[in-house]
Design a protein around this ligand. Structure first.
Ligand SMILES: Nc1ncnc2c1ncn2[C@@H]1O[C@H](COP(=O)(O)OP(=O)(O)O)[C@@H](O)[C@H]1O
Ligand SMILES: [Mg+2]
Length: 465
């Protein structure tokens, strides 16, 4: 059977079903107990009557006193119970005594002949009798016992019982319906916090991601759900905020070089120029376009890395050799600003060579950029517990603590104003480095204190994934 979709309906039905079952069982029990009690009552009544007859018969000491039988029985039984019918017959079938309705007496006499020992229920003209027959001895020595039969009219009791049971079942049915309805009301009330939460969740929109659902008036069972939802909301809010900032930043980053190119081109086109000027203009446009293209390919790299579309190669790399190569590459730049490049230690990793070069190159170019003249950038390599460690440290301006957690975000720069006019540093370098490190199953961290900034990369020597 398909479960009802609504929780209220399901719980109410379960509750009503259980209540109906319990009431039905109670009804059956009542009926059975009532029936037994009634039967017990008839049995005792008939036992009592039979005992009286036994006493009367036992007191008949001689055939002469048989005449007294009639009177004594009438006095003892019939007067106390007018609805009763009794027959006493001698063993040869002679009727010694009978009282009661003619039809009943006739049946009793036939019954005594058949000498049915057990009490039976017998119906005549819509009336019900309970009959008991027995052989009872006279007080006369050596006499044959008499056949005694008693019929008790139990019609009233049976009708009363039937009426009582009808009322009981009606009451039980009404009680089951009432309990079903009460159950439905209780479940609806009990589940109302769920409706409230649904209403609150339905109100959550992109603009309201920063407003968590209130947890104070939530039942304990739903607290965990609401907390989990709030945690998800906070994460969504954070991602949403970064995404909006990121798109605003992209627009800004693209606008500056495009505006520059537009202005230069407009100025160049404003009047007739010789071919040399056109060439200069095209050259400068080309440089801007190259930067734009680099920026776009960086973003594309990050986007594909995000979607796990980049699969790093696995090569054994001697890191000290790679750092030496990078030092060669950056020698000229470092020399220009009188910065020394120092490396120490050694480490081997299994990774994608080009990506590792790109990651380290971003760290080195930053370090050289921020190192004051005459000082040194230090790259330290090492291995510890199946991990290769790379540290790039440089003296220079510290990164304020509040910026440290964010420098790995895309397009994030500590001091965006400082690079105005320099379209090279758009703030994607550290994001790319982090993305490459994480792609290799490693971690990256930054610390900046006492005039020194240090980036530390940890890479598993064998790729774990
Ligand atoms: N060695 C460093 N010393 C001080 N600040 C640094 C250093 N490396 C990075 N930063 C800060 O982190 C920011 C982000 O770096 P990055 O992502 O490489 O962007 P970009 O180099 O394009 O500015 C930089 O703008 C700079 O403010
Ligand atoms: Mg950089």
């Amino acid at each position: 059977m398909k479960c009802p979709a609504s929780l209220t309906a399901r719980l109410s039905l379960q509750f009503a079903g259980t209540a109906a079952c319990v009431l039905f069982a109670a009804g059956l029990l009542f009926e059975r107990v009532g029936e037994n009690q009634l039967q017990e009552h008839y049995r005792m009544e008939l036992d009592g009557k039979m005992e009286l007859v036994r006493n009367v018969l036992g007191s008949i000491a001689s055939p002469v006193s048989l005449d007294a039988l009639r009177m004594r029985l009438r006095d003892a039984i019939v007067i106390s119970h007018p609805g009763i019918a009794i027959t006493v017959a001698a063993s040869d079938g002679t009727r010694l005594f009978s009282v009661g309705q003619a039809e009943v007496v006739k049946h009793l006499l036939e019954g005594t002949e058949a000498s049915k020992p057990k009490p039976v229920i017998w119906t005549l003209d819509n009336r019900t009798y309970r009959i008991r027959t027995e052989h009872l001895a006279f007080g006369i020595p050596d006499s044959q016992p008499a056949n005694v039969a008693i019929a008790l009219d139990i019609t009233e009791e049976i009708e009363f019982m039937a009426k009582f049971m009808r009322l009981l079942w009606l009451g039980m049915t009404l009680a089951a319906l009432a309990l079903g309805w009460l159950g439905w009301v209780a479940v609806r009330r009990g589940l109302s916090p769920l409706h409230n939460i649904s209403a609150m969740v339905a109100n959550v929109s992109a603009q309201r991601l920063d407003k968590p659902l209130p947890t104070e008036c939530v039942p304990r069972e739903l607290e965990e759900l609401v907390s989990a939802f709030n945690r998800m909301l906070a994460q969504l809010h954070d991602s949403f905020r970064r995404l909006s900032e990121f798109s605003a930043d992209i627009a800004h980053e693209l606008r500056t070089p495009i505006n520059n190119m537009m202005m230069q081109t407009q100025v160049t086109l404003s009047r007739e120029r010789d071919s040399g000027e056109y060439q200069t203009n095209l050259q400068s446009n080309l440089e801007e376009l190259e930067r734009l293209s680099r920026m776009l390919s960086d973003m594309l790299f990050l986007a594909t890395a995000d979607n796990s579309l980049v699969v790093p190669k696995q090569e054994v790399i001697e890191l000290q050799a790679e750092v030496a190569k990078l030092f060669d590459f950056y020698e000229a730049l470092a020399g220009e600003s009188h910065v020394r490049l120092v490396q120490s230690g050694a480490a081997t990793v299994c990774a994608d060579r080009l990506m590792i070069q790109r990651a380290l190159s971003n760290l080195l170019s930053n370090a050289i950029r921020f190192t004051p003249e005459g000082m040194a950038v230090e790259v330290t390599l090492g291995e510890r517990a199946d991990q290769a460690m790379i540290a790039v440290a440089n003296p220079g301006p510290e990164i304020p603590a509040e910026h440290l957690p964010r420098i790995f975000e895309r397009l994030y720069r500590v001091d965006a104003a400082r690079r105005e006019g320099n379209t090279e540093n758009v703030g994607l370098g550290l994001a790319i480095t982090k993305s490459i490190v994480e792609m290799h199953g490693g971690t990256i961290g930054a610390e900046s204190a006492q005039g020194r900034t240090r980036f530390t990369i940890t890479l598993p020597q064998q790729k774990t994934a």
